[in-house]
Design a protein. Sequence first.
Length: 691
Amino acid sequence: MSTPDSPDHPDIAHEQAYLHSARVALEEMVDRAEATLEFGERAVREENTAEARIARSHLKDRTASLNLGNATLCFGRIDEDPLLAAGDTWYVGRRHIENADTEPVVVDWRVPVAIPFYRATSADPQGLALRRRFTCEGDTIVAIFDENLDDPDSVIGAGLPDPLLAEVERARSGEMRDIVATIAGEQDEIIRAPLAECLIVQGGPGTGKTAVGLHRAAFLLYEHREELSTDRVLVVGPNRMFLRYVGNVLPSLGETAVSQATVRSLLDVKYRVRGEDDIETHVLKGDIRMAEVLRAAALDKLKVPADDERLPVGARSVSLSPTQISLAQKTALARNLPLNSARSVFTQVLLREAKQQLIDRGIGELQVDQTVAALRSGDPLKRLISRCWPNFGATTLVQQTLGNKALLARASSTLLTDQERALLHRKPTKKTADEQWTEADLALLDEAQALSAGTATQYGHVVVDEAQDLSAMALRVVGRRARKGSLTILGDIAQATAPSAQSSWDDVVAALGIDTDQTNVRTAELTVGYRVPGPLLDFANQLLPVTAPEITPSTSVRHGGPGPNLQTVSPDDLIAATVAAAGDVAGEFQTTGVIVPSPMVDAVLQGLKADGADPVDTRKSETLGAALSVVDAAVVKGLEFDVVVVVEPAAFATLYPEELTGLRLLYVALTRAVQRLTIVHSQPLPAPLTV
């Protein structure tokens, strides 16, 4: 039978000695790397060439990647079945470690030989005879768990092996940990998916989709090191608190060629947000139709003169007709270039027309070339180009589209209603620098920038978490930053709560603007939950037939544990009961999150402080891992706590104009607990929820 976690395993002394040898081998690797780095430093001091500086940079990265601190080096081993494979033994760990003879002591979890460690089952042992998992504290083995894969009766039949279960049930510290030791088979297949595709990952609460996305980034950086060390990986999260929560995962895996941002932080460095839209205007600006409106407004600036244009050049002149100018514009637009680049094509087409006129007059080749050169640099042609095809700037284009009623009407005549145009229109400021840009304007400005001059920065791969909550225009922002459409899109349609949220993954793909002729798009689904105990997940899943009927409910591997603790109180006692519920678990668990509808946050904070507690107000602080946090429900997505207290579920349904959105937010709140869930309410629970 499977050997349970126990310090009495007969091989524990042997395995402990092996892990000690791995640490020694790593220290020797560090010594060699530092010696080589010193050689590189000396080369820079003596030669100071570009080649020497590049080599030093690579050596610094190599040395830094070997610094694992006190992190566990190895979390298990696999023994190949000699009847099915070579019969080798491989120790799987966080990084590649080799001895002085360059023989592997520990293999990196990302190499192909490590795949069976994550995917082997009794039905498909993948050439293994044994999978051995270590439970470690640093380099000290606490226990060993064996699965004899050549003996199906010895392999655990359901649930999780003890080391994995212990890991998912560990207390939450306020930062997401890597899951490199506990990656499940369905997660591993997603992590190792090819770079050259757009992968949509639908996953319910606790299925590990965020961790999978981050480990996929780490895998791709390892698998495509040369390409992605230059092009880098971009991770886009829903808010700064979320990025703070996940920020240490990739560095813990030794990967630093990563940028982490929200859509706003990608753009507000260039465009300062000083205004605020009402909800209707915010949603409208995120609508995919706005991309067409901006393009139509830009094309409206292209003019064709009513009469022939005579362009004198020296003693000669050429004449361009309205038809010729119009055809030149169409030729340039057909190249699908940014408009300022297409302007150069437009100029070249007009010059070809002029050259042909001169040739048709029988002028010699040398004189034709000289005349065309003079025409190209002369003011008459430049003035014509400026009138027919002006240079475009992002801020000017957006400012004029929103600020000029006539232009807006022409650009949106078949796209928007009069009421929608009234929402968008605002009086422009005299100076562009004084414009009161709003957060929703950022995506419009980025769209205008792409129209005018293209996207300046692209990444080798983009990971987008909670993608279902991004507006269509925001999705275009991240989509155009992914080189060749290489994206990992993570989310859960059942948790779509933002005002401009998407209702299907097809809508998300359409908004990203991916060229499906060049990039394969596919969807993977994570249906096994690891974080939320089964009774709590089953309770929350009762909302899904109403909030997301097309989504497969996830199931938890954690079958035990208590269901939600429901406390019904009078309205006058609601705050006091919330304070008492938070106090009941004080000291028993490491982190408690009190999730509150926005209008009630201040009252709950005051009640807790009056009772002597010291809660963190997460609206004002990004500190995570505090013993007690009060969380506005609007920003709880992606976070997790040992214990959660949800206050007044019925109030969630009233937070948005559409009750469905509020119920989805309630679903999010009910699935943040790792151990215990308490619900304090004075109003009846929403109809789908029954005990």
